[in-house]
Design a protein around this ligand. Structure first.
Ligand code: ZN
Length: 355
């Protein structure tokens, strides 16, 4: 494994969820090396992970009854049931998770910064400060009048997926299903359309990754920003409802947006299985396909660290150099790898944030 000569900026991680749920045990912080999950400061440093979108993902309300979870019969098709969240619960959990990020920043002694402009992001990448973008994966914590959007923006929110896969006041997410087209159900509501316009006005990036196809086209029609899917893959390789069809990829290319490669094995594999024994070469195949369809200037990474099953060969954030090596072995030169590693993200964010 060779050292990476450039920083890697990543489109999606769920480390705030892991810390919120203390899935690594009481007292374990972002600063401690852990063998649980995929991302902490020591493993980020070891792998060249220089920053990324830190998602506030809201788990199901533990006080609400869980929906029946159908057993997946062997290798058969599946679909996951999802229950909407209340605004009160969503705001409480969002505050808690955003606070975790701000506490990490405060305790980091300058090692991590929550960035709000591309100037700040570039300075972090230059100076080896871990750059964190506050991202909401689903807008459940935002009221339909969008008052909370203004407040969260002032607090540092710079990226927002109108929906995670569950339905909410703004739209209908794409259900987790395999094999399945992302064309499932209606798209944005009127509140969802207002949300898109408000994000454009404020300069909040809109993440398309968990929208169904109708919602994707609704945003494509309305938004004046580049179209971005932070953590999604190629549907023609892995026909998961969470992946992007050729038509969607073409729209992303035409808008000069981008796609972050999701490392989750269930969105990489042709059989859709949640099986860690998945080669890094398959990740590279998705990258090849994306590059061919939308161009080297519109492809990046969107790992889903701490939110999904990673290929064993990659392991965790410290294994990123193995992915870079695999791409290099397929003929990607350093200039191209630098684009994929962070330059494309910086360009798209500059066009979206306008600062
Ligand atoms: Zn996600």
């Amino acid at each position: 494994m060779t050292a990476i000569p450039f920083p890697i900026f990543d489109g999606h991680n769920d480390v705030l969820l892991a810390l919120y749920e203390r899935s690594r045990g009481e007292g374990v912080t972002f600063f401690d090396h852990s063998d649980q999950g995929h991302l902490d400061l020591p493993r980020a440093r070891a792998g060249g992970f220089a920053g990324g979108f830190f998602a506030v993902y809201l788990p199901a309300d533990p006080t609400e009854p869980a929906p029946e979870r159908p057993e997946r019969a062997g290798d058969g098709p599946f679909e996951m049931p999802l229950t909407p969240l209340t605004l009160a619960y969503a705001q409480r959990a969002t505050m808690a998770m955003a606070a975790i990020l701000f506490r990490i920043e405060a305790a980091s002694g300058g090692q991590l910064k929550v960035v709000r402009t591309t100037g700040e992001l570039e300075a972090c990448l230059r100076n080896g400060v871990l750059a964190a973008i506050l991202h909401f994966e689903g807008a459940e914590a935002i009221d339909p009048d969008l008052n909370a959007l203004e407040v969260f923006y002032q607090a540092g929110l710079r990226s927002l997926g109108p929906v995670w896969s569950r339905p909410n006041a703004f739209g209908h997410g794409v259900p987790f299903a395999f094999p399945r087209s992302p064309d499932a159900g209606p798209g944005l509501t009127d509140a969802g359309r207002r949300l898109v316009r408000a994000c454009n006005r404020l300069g909040i990036m809109i993440d398309l990754s968990h929208l169904n196809e109708q919602g994707f086209w609704d945003v494509a029609k309305l938004s004046d920003a580049p179209l971005v899917a932070t953590h999604s893959n190629v549907h023609t390789i892995c026909p998961s409802s969470r992946n992007l069809t050729d038509r969607q990829l073409d729209a992303i290319r035409e808008s000069d947006g981008m796609v972050g490669l999701n490392f989750a094995v269930g969105f990489l594999r042709e059989d859709g299985k949640n099986e860690a024994d998945t080669p890094i070469d398959l990740m590279a195949r998705h990258i090849d396909c994306l590059v061919e369809r939308i161009g080297v200037d519109r492809v990046g990474f969107g790992s889903d660290f701490d939110g999904a099953t990673m290929p064993l060969e990659l392991g965790d954030a410290s294994g990123l150099p193995r992915l870079i090596d695999a791409l290099r072995a397929r003929g990607y030169d350093d200039a191209t790898l630098r684009k994929i590693a962070h330059e494309n993200w910086v360009r798209v964010l500059r066009k979206t944030w306008r600062v």
